[in-house]
Design a protein around this ligand. Sequence first.
Ligand SMILES: [Mg+2]
Length: 391
Amino acid sequence: MAHPIKITRIDVHEFQWQSPNIGVDDYYNSFNAVYQPGPGARHTSYILQIHTSAGITGEFAGGSSTDYAQMAMFVDYLIGRNPLERELIYNDVKRALRKLDRMSMGPVDIALWDIAGKLYDAPVYELLGGYKRSVPAYASTYHGDENGGLNTPEAFADFAEQCKDMGYRAFKIHGWSHGPIQREVANVLAVRQRVGSQMDLMLDPACEYETFGDALKVGRACDEADFFWYEDPFKDGGISMVAHRKLRQLIKTPILMGEHLRTLEPKVDAAVLDACDFLRVNPTYDLGITGAMKVAHAAEGLGLDVEIHAPGPAQRHCMAAIRNTNYYELGLLHPLAGSTSAPIYAEGYNGDNLDSIDANGHVPVPDGPGLGVTYNWDLIEANRTGRKSYP
Ligand SMILES: [Mg+2]
């Protein structure tokens, strides 16, 4: 019998956190988080709580100020609604936000899955049909810096070797935000030369290269160095189907695309139009766990793999229930600095730090009800900068 449960109140908690030695790149003004010796930049973070008539609260840590400003557009719709009707809510909100990027729906949907898991006393991965208890991670680096950290190809090669020795099976480079492009080429070749053939390597310029020609030069180096994928290389912003299809015709390295295409339909278009080899999805960006699983199954239907963007509990639960996926993005990592995320998890989650992998290079999937995590509210309260409640 269906559960008579309603959403009664929604809280958005805001707090700030400072990570030592990680600043915002002021050398190139790229907005990248980079190694910068010192106290570090302050980051604003959020926890979303969706309370229900059953006394169960769904929680999600993450999202941005714009996500929660956008959520205010449909929060009245959510109050009084059955939180288990995720498909209905997905479709109603998707239409309501059609003039916007719809990124506010991700945090909401993830909190709704947390409610469902707590109600049914089962982890989210189990509700999704999951069968993996741990997932293989790649070390995803901070961007290259000019501050004595990851500042040369040799420094990246040293770090890749360190990660390989720790048990990582794969390593992804985020290079520098500005040229010379020959340094990017040298980086790709130096890292492969150092780690040998037994580690998967990936490159994510995060849309930094100035021209298609630069993307092609570095792509040819990825071919030479046998890279596993090449992701969002240049300043089309990771959205041009024509440019990525053309790049695929000119290089051999698989192209990963979709981090900057929002929702299911344009991601499927990218695959069908031959713009990419691997699809990308992030439950926080792409209408939640509901949206992410739609992309995973669409990719499965095309015979392709979907790679989950960024770390977090929702990402681990999704990956545990997807066959056609390869690596969990663990990061951002650096040899001289830690995560920009506050240590907010009290139980159920071992964090996303350099030493969060086991001897096989895996991270565990949380096993408690819902997302399977609890929060350190003392830390959140001590760093609180705001709170908004609806109604
Ligand atoms: Mg990326």
